[in-house]
Design a protein around this ligand. Structure first.
Ligand SMILES: NC(=O)c1ccc[n+]([C@@H]2O[C@H](COP(=O)([O-])OP(=O)(O)OC[C@H]3O[C@@H](n4cnc5c(N)ncnc54)[C@H](OP(=O)(O)O)[C@@H]3O)[C@@H](O)[C@H]2O)c1
Length: 352
């Protein structure tokens, strides 16, 4: 991999795309060249990167030619249309959509958990679901220490998880309610201001939503733990930014609050905020714009043997999307440069 790669952000004008640009800058990613891509609607828009205004171009197959790493956040259908062709042309796509997450040939990566899977890529690497990523930041270290068999969880998901239009919907509805005007709806099936919706993503025949099944399906793949089980209820709440998840986990080994705290305090990318006497616990308001997730409210689960309850919160635009994607790109540029075709041919001759 080129050590100063040509990077493209596909979906650069969206809620995640904007954070990707900021994250590349803040983490001093060694960007050789940056292409900002979006739909035809955004062509000509200017976005700043390292003090320079860059012009947004339309995402086309041609706009990805010569790109080393493309960070995609323009939705599943766009990823399916553009990512495989870009990968065939030598670009590595880090995809935020759900399009390839469960594809066996595509690594699904949270660098703090399975950074080693990055090297298995064949041109596409998937970023996990945002709620799953935030919950696993606490579940995985506990699993390593105590063996997590299953979790029961409820999410409290911010509107920015649905994208820029949903942020505008909450702002508009709050204003409408406060000023006594009729509430208008475009994004969600019900009013989200001053309400909570037990409905994230579409319903499956089982009664769970697609979003709810991601924690089990993606969790198994990321943690290399095929027996992991997760029963989840996903809820949209009128919070602008940062998701929270209430988790009850069951473990193979005996678990105490003290032993769990000792493990969580050493977990990468995670802060422990757990002082109930002082009303200190993770809050989405304060997790917004932070790289680390936070865990607190630890207690023995009173309804399960070897059970532990906890509350984890994190900025889903960052750890659930932009930050995780940039961390994957950081892993990519650490990989040894691919051998040239001539070197590969020599190696093949030597073997035969
Ligand atoms: N929001 C989150 O917290 C989050 C977390 C994890 C994963 N994701 C995933 O990331 C993706 C984007 O989410 P978002 O929240 O950033 O959505 P968003 O705010 O609605 O942004 C969508 C982006 O996609 C672009 N786009 C739409 N149609 C396009 C087309 N035909 N060609 C090229 N670009 C097109 C938009 O460009 P225009 O501005 O030109 O329309 C915009 O830049 C989704 O797959 C989502 O599931 C989101």
């Amino acid at each position: 991999m080129n050590r100063e790669p040509h990077i493209a952000v596909a979906g650069a004008t969206g809620a995640v795309g904007i954070e990707m640009i900021k994250t590349l800058e803040k983490r001093n990613f060694p960007v050789g060249k940056l292409s900002l891509l979006a739909s035809a609607r955004s062509v000509g828009k200017k976005l700043k990167f390292r003090g320079t205004e860059l012009t947004v171009q339309e995402l086309t197959h041609d706009s990805l030619v010569g790109v080393d790493i493309a960070l995609f956040s323009a939705g599943s259908s766009i990823s399916k249309e553009f990512a495989p062709a870009a990968a065939r042309n030598g670009c590595v796509v880090v995809d935020n959509s759900s399009a390839f997450r469960m594809d066996e040939t595509v690594p699904l990566v949270i660098p703090e958990i399975n950074a080693g899977d990055v090297k298995l890529h064949r041109g596409i690497i998937a970023n996990p679901n945002c709620t799953t990523a935030i919950a696993l930041m606490a579940i995985y270290p506990l699993h390593q220490a105590f063996g997590c068999t299953r979790v029961f969880a409820s999410s409290y998901q911010a509107v920015s998880g649905t994208g820029a239009k949903a942020i505008a919907e909450l702002e508009r509805q709050v204003d409408e309610v406060v000023h006594g005007r009729p509430v208008t709806r475009e994004v969600y099936p019900h009013q989200i201001a001053f309400n909570v919706l037990p409905h994230v993503d579409s319903f499956l025949p089982s009664g769970y939503t697609k979003e709810e099944m991601k924690m089990e399906n993606e969790g198994r793949k990321i943690m290399h733990h095929p027996q992991f089980r997760a029963s989840v209820t996903c809820v949209r709440v009128p919070v602008y930014r940062a998701h929270s998840v209430a988790v009850s986990g069951e473990f193979e080994k005996a678990i105490s609050v003290e032993a769990a705290l000792a493990v969580l305090r050493n977990a990468p990318g995670l802060d422990v905020v757990d002082n109930p006497a002082k009303a200190e616990y993770p809050l989405p308001l304060y997790q917004a714009e932070r790289y680390n997730c936070a865990v607190g409210r630890l207690r023995k689960d009173c309804a399960m043997e070897n059970g532990l309850c906890f509350w984890v919160a994190g900025d889903q635009l960052l750890k659930g999307a932009a930050l995780n994607a940039v961390q994957i790109a950081e892993e990519l540029i650490k990989l040894p440069a691919p051998a040239t075709r001539r070197e590969n041919e020599k190696a093949a001759l030597a073997v035969s």
